[in-house]
Design a protein around this ligand. Sequence first.
Ligand SMILES: Cc1cc2nc3c(=O)[nH]c(=O)nc-3n(C[C@H](O)[C@H](O)[C@H](O)COP(=O)(O)O)c2cc1C
Length: 197
Amino acid sequence: MKLIIGISGATGAIFGIRLLEVLNQVEDVETHLVLSKWAVTTIVEETEYSVDEVKSIADYSYSPSDLGAAISSGSFNIDGMIVAPCSMKSLASISLGLADNLITRAADVILKERKQLLLMTRETPLNAIHLEHMLKLSQMGVSIFPPMPAFYNHPLDLNEMIDHIVFRLLSQFNIHQLPEDKIWTGFKKRNLKRAIT
Ligand SMILES: Cc1cc2nc3c(=O)[nH]c(=O)nc-3n(C[C@H](O)[C@H](O)[C@H](O)COP(=O)(O)O)c2cc1C
């Protein structure tokens, strides 16, 4: 499976980084990474990783201004694309088909080729412009996947919370990494009363 991973300049660069790390451990997945100009800033500002370290996790890495890159063309066979996190600017650009950098151009190609696109949209609160873009893209088959934490899995720390979101995201691509004990299997015995009432 060949996947494009875009990391844009919304807060939460760690989601894109963990995604790359997990995919690195999955057999037969090739990753093609694009960091936006502002993702470079959030990586440095928010994480312990250097930009070069992040690039080295991916199989291939491209400059966001390289609109001549292989992934800029529909003739280069790609299975899908994930933008994590996806800023409201990248969301708008994809929704409007601007194709103004390699992330948004690659997403435009994914849409025209009718391949799978997932956007981990990150902003809060959301205004009507954000919501309209998300609705439009969702109606075109795009997965709109904001990084919402779950609590039923009893995360012990932020890393577990991030991993749970990344694993749930990957299941959209039929890549199943969620540990068995983190899958919801119904109420536990201690909660049986609540389940029955
Ligand atoms: C530390 C930091 C956090 C940001 N967080 C968000 C965010 O959560 N969502 C968002 O839409 N934009 C956020 N921005 C603004 C984007 O970086 C900005 O709109 C940028 O133009 C996005 O461009 P890109 O999508 O090409 O990366 C943030 C900027 C900085 C510096």
